[in-house]
Ligand binder design. Sequence first.
Ligand SMILES: Cc1cc2nc3c(=O)[nH]c(=O)nc-3n(C[C@H](O)[C@H](O)[C@H](O)COP(=O)(O)O)c2cc1C
Length: 182
Amino acid sequence: MRAVVVYESMYGNTHLVADAIGAGLAAACKVSVVPVSHAVPAILADAELVVVGGPTHVHGMSRAATRKAAVEAANKPVSPLKVEADALGPGLRDWFGSLGHYPLKAAAFDTRMHGPAALTGRASKGVDRQLRAHGFDVVAEPESFLVTKQDRLEPQETTRAREWGAKLAAAIAPARAAGGQS
Ligand SMILES: Cc1cc2nc3c(=O)[nH]c(=O)nc-3n(C[C@H](O)[C@H](O)[C@H](O)COP(=O)(O)O)c2cc1C
């Protein structure tokens, strides 16, 4: 079985989470972890599971203006943040905008600030909605991984992401067994 993790990331946290989810999936699947800027539709061709996530910006998925603001914030002399090579885009919204219909299993995740989701918002809700609109069979509730006010992953979040990846792989394993696939 092959799984693909597609992620968007400005400051590297969602990238770390995507890598950890990929590590969790790797026990059961061949995994590709791909930044959204490189996620050409062909990478989904022989995948059985697609996991998609990005940072929460202004309560939802990023937009060009929020990515620009993120880069400007990191470029301030006092900022310790470094931006990912392709931080300015395209983002997940653009990716979904040009994506076709895919009857594959899928799940959504995000990174966001600590706090009630009703206050922080969460990009994974929008990702989940887009996955369903594009025909994906969503197999898990959207999941959030938390960053500190300094934009660093909270302790244990990569462990939790690895466990979540392993749980996703286990969740789709019974369906594969019933279908007689290897
Ligand atoms: C422009 C901008 C807007 C943001 N808006 C929110 C928000 O509405 N809710 C939230 O929880 N976090 C918000 N954040 C924090 C991001 O969620 C956080 O930077 C991100 O999860 C870090 O992931 P990354 O390192 O992969 O970019 C915002 C960050 C930026 C730069």
